[in-house]
Design a protein around this ligand. Structure first.
Ligand code: NAP
Length: 307
């Protein structure tokens, strides 16, 4: 690294499994490497309580612990890990330019590993009660609902995990899904069905979030009959999937119609020297271990590109 210009051979944007794995391989490959991790490095796994499908851990590992281990490993090997978010990126000429924390950086190669963000339903009443009972993060806000009833909206792994996690605090958790079949994995479905605190409500979607100042109830609409029922809950957790975090690179890298970065099997994007790894380009698997593998590929390709 050149102290004056803040130039690095490899700059990694994002601090999930893809970003940290890329960093580990980049520094071990001899490249000066900076990783922009955002204010809370760790990515989506920070919100996952128990991970039992990441190889190497006999017992479930807490998401935040796994990410802290990755961060320490990348830093010990020589990555400069910055708790800053990249606000601007310019890939029009080499070296590429990045702005983070009000400072300018340049890099010969950029690995984009910005992951994905939780999706919202997009209803005005949802917006109104965000932070006042409507939440997108069960691990962040579940604690506030000790001894109360809550609902979770969604039918995938995230919704299932959130519902299970919330039973630690809530007296009852309604899992509201828009279809009559869950998308969540078989193992999680088994856990849901075995938990007496969880009630599954199929074929329903939130119609309106209700309250005065704070959320007190959610009106649910039966998508088959149109009938409306009310759940008296002070907490509603939205877990309906994720959208790729590609705001930074819109108009600069080719994206697909859903906003994912288009990257080939070698993690190459539409701009030579810019690679993408993890949930920002993964439309199919979205697993920590797959993201880590993609981060490894991106770093190996980046090292070859530098040569
Ligand atoms: P997901 O698999 O895309 O599931 C989203 C769920 O929300 C689906 O059930 C979907 O319904 C529902 N949904 C979407 N839009 C909705 C809307 N507007 N109104 C009501 N419901 C809506 O997303 P995810 O659960 O966040 O999981 C994302 C990826 O991460 C998956 O690949 C998953 O396997 C992975 N993941 C893994 C773990 C783990 O292994 N421990 C944990 C969390 C996530 P439909 O089913 O009808 O489409």
């Amino acid at each position: 690294m050149n102290e004056q210009t803040n130039h690095y051979e490899i700059a990694i944007v994002g601090s999930g499994p893809a970003g940290f794995t890329a960093a580990i391989y980049a520094v071990r490959g001899g490249a000066s490497t900076v990783l922009f991790g955002g204010v809370a490095p760790g990515g989506q796994l920070l919100q996952t309580m128990e991970i039992e499908n990441y190889p190497g851990f006999v017992d479930p590992v807490v998401g935040a612990d796994l990410m802290m281990r990755m961060l320490k490993q990348a830093a010990r090997l020589g990555t400069r890990v910055l708790q800053e978010s990249v606000s601007e990126a310019d890939f029009s000429a080499s070296p590429f330019k990045l702005k983070a924390g009000g400072r300018d950086y340049t890099a010969d190669v950029v690995i984009l590993a910005t992951g994905a963000q939780a999706r919202w339903l997009g209803m005005p009443s949802e917006e109104k009660f965000k932070g006042k009972g409507v939440s997108g993060c069960a691990t962040c806000d579940g604690f506030f609902f000790r001894g109360r009833e809550v609902c979770v909206v969604g039918g995938g792994d995230s919704a299932a995990e959130d519902a299970l996690f919330l039973t630690k605090f809530a007296t009852k958790v309604y899992l509201v899904h828009r279809r009559d079949k869950l998308r969540a994995s078989f193992r999680l479905q088994e856990k849901l069905k075995a938990n007496p605190k969880i009630e599954l409500i199929y074929d329903h979607v939130p119609e309106e979030f209700i309250g005065e100042g704070k959320l007190t109830a959610v009106n649910l609409k039966n998508v088959k009959t149109g009938a409306v029922r009310r759940l008296e809950v002070p907490g509603a957790f939205i877990a309906i999937g994720h959208t790729p975090a590609t705001e930074l690179v819109k108009g600069k890298l080719a994206l697909d119609e859903s906003g994912y970065v288009l990257a080939n099997d070698k993690t190459e994007t539409s701009v030579p020297g810019v690679f993408a790894a993890g949930d920002v380009m993964d439309t199919r698997y979205k697993q920590a271990v797959v993201a880590a593998g993609a981060g490894c590929k991106a770093a190996l390709e980046a090292l070859e590109f530098l040569e």
